[in-house]
Design a protein around this ligand. Structure first.
Ligand code: FAD
Length: 492
């Protein structure tokens, strides 16, 4: 057994008989299916990376009471220094997919780390529920599990409350006995569920009194009886080759609707039960929401750096880098990416002590979230603007290079001062895969919505900003003069 979990172990753990559907059929083994196998291997590669002797210290730590090291994502940082060390491990993982795997295992680990810091929230719902959560955290940590989550309901009739939706649409409790509860209905978009070990179920959207049947939180193995995973279209399956689609052919982490077809949840896997307010508190009164979105910003900082690299190479490919207007656009691009990195450093450095742990500055995290969900589509737009037709005037596929007549024409027409024609085509195909393909388009949607629609993220920002300090400055100014003074002055 290696010092920590490796890729082979992860692949083996996914051969568990889970029920995944694609194109009308049951998928079978996700590690072998042509729609998923490369992405699943990219997930396994994360564990191989951490298990390499030269990376063990960077990537892993030994939890108390464990005889094996696990990824640093499970570490609850006790100081700023530990937080930075942890972040470097997360950035190293994100770099392996250039930030395109949004729900890599460190996302849920971060959420649970933050939730574990607020165990009292679970205690309010009962000592047994708090014990179930603490035990699960321990189990998931020691086994270095890859978890996904479903915490959002299908949109259905958005103008109605969740409890008013059609029966069996939103996942809810339909039965209870001495062994546990039974859940029926759906949650939307479990990203990475095809490559995760377990799914964490909760409610991020507010519930109200009367919606107790919906108000639960639990974790289930992906092969739980009755758990049906309805995959969206696989971009990996439609990738032409690694040369044509170097990103979507390997990093399509997948998104899937989860349908709970009378799934049994044992009591020891039930963390909250029949308590609408506790479902809110699980994320917002603990550090769960803070840590999961802090992880997202860590991952995004890598992805935006990759986009900056794309933008720069693009201008080199078509020879525009030194044009003053293009240089200005690149400078603006770099400033925005630099700003995101600065916000990341800021939320760590201006974090605070929460009990014995160091936690990110919540408002800075929400600021970054609001700004980056708008920034990502803008940066993609800038790359398109810099590119012109270069992203489209490309050979139909790598096979064109195999035809000597076509290769000769490609070599002439893809001329560039800074790149050989073959390299230029290779680069431009990667750029299109990242920003223009169906996969690239899904990423725009992801960055705009993974943390909630804008009215939701702005709401978090509104609630966590120090308005008192801001309005205090305004009132301070107003207090430095008054009407009577002015009137006296005028009368004199
Ligand atoms: C690629 C992708 C991956 C995802 N992965 C996951 C995952 O792994 N796990 C998971 O649980 N969820 C996941 N999600 C779901 C994600 O969290 C939600 O999409 C997000 O929270 C927004 O909720 P919604 O889709 O219901 O949109 P809505 O909240 O319905 O918002 C859509 C739009 O409707 C309008 N609108 C709706 N309600 C209001 C209102 N009250 N006031 C004003 N305007 C309103 C706004 O224009 C808004 O932009 C994923 C989503 C995407 C796109």
């Amino acid at each position: 057994m290696s010092d920590c979990k490796n890729g082979a172990e992860h692949l083996k753990s996914l051969k568990d008989g889970r029920t995944v559907y694609l194109d009308g059929e049951l998928v079978g083994d996700v590690t072998e299916h042509k729609a998923f196998r490369n992405s699943v291997r990219s997930a396994a590669a994360l564990y191989d990376f951490q298990a390499r002797p030269e990376n063990i210290e960077l990537m892993t730590f030994q939890p108390n009471g464990s005889n094996r090291r696990v990824n640093r994502a499970w570490q609850m940082p006790k100081s700023y220094e530990e937080m930075v060390k942890r972040r470097k491990a997360l950035q190293a993982w994100a770099a392996l997919s250039c930030g395109f795997m949004g729900r890599s295992p460190d996302h849920l680990a971060s959420s649970l780390v933050g939730q574990r810091m607020g165990l009292n929230v679970f205690r309010k719902n009962g000592e047994a529920r708090a014990k179930a959560f603490a035990d699960y955290f321990d189990y998931a940590t020691k086994n270095d599990l890859f978890l996904t989550y479903v915490i959002i309901n299908p949109q259905a009739e958005r103008g109605k409350d969740w409890g008013e939706q059609k029966e069996d649409l939103v996942a809810r409790v339909v039965d209870e006995d001495s062994t546990g509860i039974t859940v029926r209905g759906a949650k939307m978009l479990g990203t990475s569920s095809i490559m995760a070990n377990e799914v964490f179920v909760a409610n991020l959207q507010p519930l109200k009194p009367g919606e107790e049947d919906l108000a639960f939180s639990c974790a289930l193995p992906m092969n739980a009886k009755g758990l049906r995973v309805l995959s969206r279209k696989s971009y990996e399956a439609h990738a032409v080759s690694i040369y044509d689609n170097p990103i979507s052919s390997r990093f399509d982490e997948n998104d899937a609707l989860m349908y709970f077809d009378d799934v049994k949840v044992p009591w020891e896997r039930l963390f909250l039960y029949r308590d609408p307010d506790a479902c809110r508190a699980q994320f917002h009164d603990t550090q769960g929401h803070n840590f999961q979105n802090y992880q997202s910003q860590i991952r995004l900082s890598v992805k935006l750096t990759f986009l900056a690299g794309l933008a720069r190479r693009l201008t080199e490919a078509i020879g525009t880098t030194r044009m003053p207007q293009v240089a200005e656009q690149l400078g603006m691009f770099a400033a925005q990416v630099g700003g995101v990195n600065a916000m990341l450093s800021g939320m760590e450095a201006s974090g605070s002590q929460f009990d014995e742990w160091w936690v990110p500055n919540k408002h800075f995290m929400y600021s970054a979230q609001v700004l980056t969900q708008e920034l990502y589509p803008r940066l993609v737009q800038t790359i398109r603007d810099l590119a012109g037709g270069a992203l489209i005037m490309l050979p139909s596929s790598a096979l064109d290079f195999g035809n000597p007549l076509l290769k000769a024409i490609i070599d002439k027409t893809q001329h560039a001062a800074a790149m050989e024609p073959e390299h230029k085509v290779k680069f431009l195909k990667a750029a299109w895969d990242a920003i223009g393909s169906e996969f690239g388009s899904r990423h725009v949607q992801y960055e705009m919505f993974y943390a909630g629609a804008r009215f939701v993220t702005c709401g978090h920002s509104m609630r966590t900003y120090d308005w008192q300090h801001a309005t205090g400055l305004v009132e301070g100014l107003l207090a430095s003069y008054d009407l009577q003074q002015v009137l006296k002055h005028v009368q004199r």
